[in-house]
Structure formats: C-alpha cells, structure tokens
Write a protein that binds this ligand. Sequence first.
Ligand SMILES: [Zn+2]
Length: 445
Amino acid sequence: MRLLSLFFIRLIWFTIAVASLTVNNAAAANATKNSIDGIRVWPAPENTRIVFDLKSKPDYKYFSLSNPNRLVIDFNKTKNSVALKNLASHDPRIKLFRTSHSKENSSIRLVLELAKSYKLSVFPLAPAGQYGNRLVVDLYDKNKPVKVVSKPKISLGDIIIGIDAGHGGEDPGSIGVKGTYEKRVTLAIAKKLQRLINKEKGMKAVMIRSGDYYVDLNRRTSLARKKHVDFLVSIHADAFRTPGPSGASVWVVTKKRAESELSRWLLKREQKSELLGGGGGVIKNTSDSHLALALADMSKEHSLGVSFGVANEVISQLRKVTKMHKKTPQNGNFAVLKSSDIPSILVETGFISNHNEEKNLTWSKHQQLLASAIHRGIRNHFMAHPLTGSYFAAVGYKSHKVRSGESLSALAQRYNISMATLKSVNKLKSNALRIGQTLKIPRTG
Ligand SMILES: [Zn+2]
C-alpha cells in the first residue's frame, strides 16, 4: 500500500515534469514557428504586387513612414530565409528590401524603401493550388489616370480590339505536364495578335495585360471600357485532369448571364449609365424606366449578336489551323465576358493538359497561326458588318458575279470568309446560287 502510493506520487511528479518539458519545447518552437520561404515581386502598369510565401498563416503588423517613404512589416515569430538583395531590381516602385531591428528577437522586421507614397492594400491568402500561405501587399499608384486611347473612331475610323491575355503574375492558369504556364502562352499569342491587328488598316489593338502581372477580372472589363474597346477577345488555354481532350473552342457569354448583369445594372442605372457606352447618355437622361430597359435591351441584343458573329468567323478560321474541341460557339459564364455592353469572345486555344498541344502551344509558329486565325475571324466579321463610321464601312464591298460551276463553299474558300458570313451579308436563305447572281464580298484585305 505504502509502496503503491509512493509509486503514484512518483508517477504524478513524472507526469508534471514531462508536461512542463512539453510546454517549454512548444514555447521554444513557437518563438519562430513561421518562416518566409519566398518573396515575389510583380510590377504592373498601375501597381506592384508583392507576395510573401509563408510556412504557416502570417501573424503580421505594418505601417508606413514618410521622408523617405517606407513600408514596414513586422512578421511575428517568423524567420526569413529569402535573400533580399536583388528583389526590387526590376520594380519601379520599390527601391530596396531590407531588414531592420525588431523589438522581439523572434520576429522579423522588413522594410521596403519606396520611390513614392502609394495606396496600400495588405491581406493574407489561404493555401490554394500550388501555393501555401501567403501575405499579399499591393502598392497602387495614387490618382494615376488610366491611359485612355483618345477615341480615334470619328477621325480615323479604327475599330478598337481589346486583347485580354488570360491569367498572369501570381496566377499561372493551367500548368502542363512539361511545366508550361498558361499565362505565358496566352501573353505570347496576345502579343502576336496585337501586331497583326495594328498592321491592319481600320483596326487598333489595346492590351488589357501587357506583362507578367495579375489583373483582377473586374478590372479587365473596366479597363476595356475605359479604353473604348469595341470588341474584347480573351485568350486562354484549356486543361483537363486527363491528357485525352484536345482542340480549340470559342465561348460567348450566356444570355442568362447577360440578362442578370443587365437587371443588376438597371437597378443602378443612374450611377452606372456609362456601362452602356453609346446608349448610356440617353439612358441616363431618361427617367422612363421602360425606355431605359428597351435601350439597354437593344444594346445587349446587339452585343450578343456581334459576339456570336465573331465567334463563328473565328471558329471558321481556327479550324483551318488547329483541331477544334467544339465546332460551334459555346455558352460560358466567364467573368471576363460578363459585361454585356462590350461584345466579347473567349478563345480556348487548345488543351495545355494534352501532351501534343502543350508542345504546340509553346511553339512560336503555332502561336502565330492561332493569332492570325483569330485576327482574320475578327476582321472578317467587322468587314462584313462594319460599325457605323468605321473605316471598314467606308471601304464597303466588292461584288462577284456567279459563274457556272461556282458554289457558295468554293467562293467562301476563295475569298477567305465563312459561308455563314457570305450568307448573312447577301441575305441568302440557302446555299443555292444562281448563275449571274451578284454577291457582295466583304473586302478582306
Ligand atoms: Zn485560362
């Protein structure tokens, strides 16, 4: 009995000792339980995004100082394992990354020496995709007006094509087996498309993203609007969880999505009337809800019609240079297409998850073929259905007198235009042609 109680006392003592040892160890581990394992800097035209990779959820505080401008971030109980020296060498807004003394040994104080004072946004991100815990710091230029293309339509008659290269910066998009990033493929094709469009008389390209940085999806449409874009093409590459699927597809916004956007817009039409571009002024100035609804509806119908028209033309050109995953325009819910006021399509240029297509998509010659198919598709549509006051409207059509043995498909081939466009331009109900019939042929350059 006595022996037994002694044993229990020993046991209790032992348990307390182990418990306190555990607490001490935990305290030691807690002192530097987190670590900064990576820092990425993404300069963009209007902001710089800095991303800190952390082992676990960041515990941080930050403040700004002026004269000189600095941003100070304290990471609590964290060690830094990233070399800071050359981090800011390619960024116009950050002059230097350095550490400074922090009050606690277990913490790290990072100081960013800045070129100016910026609007700040600092927020943590939970693990997602290939990334673990992150802390994001955005430095925004203060009151920098967006560089707006002065509306050249009236004098020059250019149609403005917005080119939106999907993803970018922190967002790599889909990643191929060989490590190809969708964001690089989309930007390469976008730049090739930009050159082709700017060489074409009557068209002008504006890039929604021109480098390796992320642009918020809502920002993409608002940029398109600010740059007076007549038509927006968003470029992507598809991916699937198995390597089987391949081919390109072209997407337009669903009518339902456009309608819900429209009804939301109508609720705030006073504030948001600029959304409808040309119609906005009229809609803004009418207090008649029915008239506003009718005008907005017309604008939406027009926008959907143009989107479908271009989608068909782009498909008829793409199928000459690549396999098609889908041969008709697909209805999508992509956020970048949601602004029903700007006609737009989203082109999935191929499957990055397919071994062959991954290889092709990184090949400059294939990128060029895709870009020129998209260019021809857009051009053909706007030549066949020119916008009022545009150069294409002034150039007009040439005519073709149908001779014996000529078919609609042969003529479409010869003039490098889709049968659908030939039919719609000439208001043909069937594919049948009469000898001697005169057809309008859009001048496709
Ligand atoms: Zn994508």
